[in-house]
Design a protein around this ligand. Structure first.
Ligand code: GRF
Length: 292
């Protein structure tokens, strides 16, 4: 049974190629609520974040025109980016974004990619809702889309098998969950162990699951935030990669807090993906560290 379809856009996929995490020293994670340099120093406001091997900022003189075939031109831009000494440095790092709704995080990743700050190709959007705004955003950017209707499959595992085949065909190195509102089973978790991440709108392990901002307001916490973590078999339980704090004001509603947390998410998530693309993330048990 097949309720999903792949929209043929952009480049043809390549064979999958695993990118193992590299061994090495364990510097601490940055914990400031603003962007940091690879050395862990805060980036002064107004200055771009510099990543190893990547240009500090898109040079207006080298701007790529994205008027005719945005997908091809986006790929071309990313292919010009060097990958520092990664095992797959001979080809671009490829990510698939999973989303179910608005896709504002997906848009932030697209924008970072276009600006040359991601170091990765957004090779696929996977979406369980054909009408989602995320699908519209992918089409506008020329990103290939795999959209499916869960109720047309016998089980969660059945549609995940189809998704897995799409990921393998597209040569995906990292799955980036961005507002994907479905539980994920071992069909995807196992083959992508250490290569699947999620963003959650609270400082985990506080307030996992749905309506994290509402839970935080209800509880009366003074600080909440955003967490990027690896995906394991549980609900928002995987090892934590990065967190950013967001103040909770006494008069905040859940909607207002969620909006402020999402502003932070849109800065944090592209930065974290760029760490993966540069081969900087190391996972040991539950401890995550970054290579310089
Ligand atoms: C984000 O707040 C994210 O933390 C949560 O779902 C929301 C998705 O928002 N997992 P968007 O679709 O990226 O706008």
């Amino acid at each position: 049974m097949s309720g999903g379809h792949r929209e043929k856009q952009g480049m043809q996929p390549q064979m999958n190629e695993e990118v193992p995490l590299k061994p090495g020293p364990m510097p601490g994670l940055p914990d400031e609520p603003q962007p940091v340099t690879p050395g862990g120093e805060p980036v002064p406001s107004g200055e771009p974040l510099t990543l190893p091997g990547l240009p500090a900022v898109a040079d207006p003189d080298q701007a790529v025109e994205l008027d005719e075939d945005p997908a091809a031109q986006l790929m071309e831009l990313e292919e010009t980016l060097p990958r520092p000494d990664g095992p797959a440095a001979d080809r671009p790092y490829r990510i698939a974004v999973f989303a179910s709704g608005s896709g504002s995080n997906f848009q932030a990743l697209l924008d970072a990619s276009r600006a040359g700050h991601l170091g990765a190709q957004i090779a696929l959007l996977v979406c369980d809702k054909p009408q989602a705004k995320a699908v519209e955003r992918a089409r506008a950017a020329g990103v290939p889309v795999f959209v499916f209707t869960p109720k047309e499959y016998e089980s969660r595992e059945a549609y995940e098998q189809v998704i897995l085949a799409e990921l393998e065909q597209a040569g995906i190195d990292l799955i980036v969950l961005a507002g994907y509102m479905r539980l994920i089973t071992s069909v995807l978790v196992e083959p992508y162990a250490g290569r699947m991440i999620n963003i959650h709108p609270s400082l985990l392990p506080s307030f996992p699951g749905k309506d994290a901002a509402g839970q935080a307001v209800e509880h009366g916490v003074r600080v909440s935030g955003a967490t990027v973590h690896f995906v394991d078999g549980g609900m928002d339980t995987g090892p934590i990669i990065a967190q950013r704090a967001v103040e909770v004001f006494p008069e905040d509603t859940a909607v207002e807090l969620q909006a402020r947390i999402q502003e932070t998410e849109r800065l944090l998530y592209p930065e974290v993906v760029s760490w993966f693309a540069a081969g900087r993330v190391k996972l040991e048990g539950r401890r995550v560290s970054l290579f310089e």
